[in-house]
Design a protein around this ligand. Structure first.
Ligand SMILES: *Cc1c(COP(=O)(O)O)cnc(C)c1O
Length: 337
């Protein structure tokens, strides 16, 4: 048998594996046909997520990409547009799905590293009611954006603009629980300015698959119709919903360890490269080094069984404190000459 080539993998928190408690919950989950609305575990997950985020209803989706898409389909008609950051997942990393499948066009706007777009840019991008233009229908924000929580108060400011100009608000909250933890707010408080919020169960929370969309009952009913149209109606989905439910009940608090590890890692990197090269806010550490230096650092770490991708390293529940210590030792052992 060959051993895995890497023992520590910092490419993403999507790499997390189901914990043994989670696997047990999956094994024991009562199931039914969710297309008929008869899977008790899916229903429990949806009720639990709606309550946690203080919205009326929720819908389990196979991925965050689909969950965001369902929200856009529910908010928009053909010929509508959504205002979105030019580096946002819902614009850049979802294959243009809203346009490809929904005849909904994106209106991308410059996005700062913390996920904000200027209120002036947003206001100026909202089209007047005139048949020359697409109908501006939704503003889409992301929290966290590449590990950076939206500044407190920003979503409220955008929501009041949205309300004044009659636009709905959607949040891609793939890592909303990380933002809530870093800012010492409840997830419901961060979700409050939005009509719809998508959260990922399969990132740092550790479920193998799935996302949840929350919003009003009317919005969720519409999203459920589109989920079926897109082929996302699943049958005995309780087997995977159980993992998500377990994550929400038992693994949210574990994110604190990822944030602590990110700070420790940032400290090791700062000791080696200086603090202007390192930034962290939640579970990600961003490194800005000359490309050549970064590539040789990545190679050096690879020799110690540590795998990194681009210079955005992601801490997650399967990176133990021991693994972190080994990582710091490997960083200390790196020199550019
Ligand atoms: C991971 C992620 C999603 C959803 O991605 P899937 O791989 O489709 O689950 C959406 N937004 C952000 C910011 C993400 O990081």
């Amino acid at each position: 048998m060959t051993s895995p080539p890497y023992s520590v993998d910092l490419r993403s928190d999507t790499l997390t594996l189901p914990s043994s408690g989670m696997r047990k919950a999956m094994y024991e989950a009562p199931v039914g046909d969710d297309v008929y609305g008869e899977d008790p575990t899916v229903n429990e997950l949806q009720d639990y997520a709606a309550a946690l985020l203080d919205k009326e209803a929720a819908l389990f989706a196979p991925s965050g990409t689909q969950s965001n898409l369902l929200a856009l389909f529910a908010h928009c008609d053909r010929g509508d547009e959504y205002l979105v950051g030019d580096n946002a997942h819902t614009f850049r990393y979802e294959g243009g799905g809203a346009a490809v499948l929904g005849s909904i066009s994106p209106q991308p706007l410059p996005m700062a590293f913390d996920g904000t777009m200027s209120l002036g840019d947003l206001e100026a991008a909202i089209k007047p009611a005139d048949f020359h233009f697409a109908r501006s229908r939704v503003i889409c924000l992301e929290n966290t954006h590449s590990g950076e929580p939206l500044p407190l108060g920003y979503a409220e400011a955008v929501a009041s603009l949205g309300e004044r100009r009659s636009l709905a608000m959607h949040l891609d909250g793939a890592r909303l629980f990380n933002a809530a933890l870093a800012q010492n707010r409840t997830p419901a408080a961060l979700a409050a300015p939005f009509d719809s919020v998508s959260v990922c169960l399969s990132k740092g929370l550790g479920a193998p698959v799935g996302s949840v969309l929350v919003g009003s009952q009317t919005l969720i009913d519409e999203a459920k119709r589109w989920r079926k149209v897109l082929g996302g109606g699943m049958r005995q989905a309780g087997v995977i919903a159980a993992a998500g439910l377990y994550a929400l009940k038992h693994q949210i608090d574990d994110l604190a360890q990822d944030h602590r590890h990110a700070e420790q890692l940032a400290q090791c990197l700062t000791d080696n490269f200086g603090d202007s090269a390192v930034r962290t806010a939640t579970n990600m550490v961003h490194l800005s080094l000359p490309e050549e230096t970064y590539l040789s650092l990545a190679e050096h770490l690879g020799e110690s069984g540590i795998r990194v991708g681009r210079p955005r390293w992601v801490l997650h529940r399967d990176i133990s404190s021991d693994a972190l210590a080994a990582l710091c030792r490997a960083i200390q052992g790196f020199s550019t000459d």
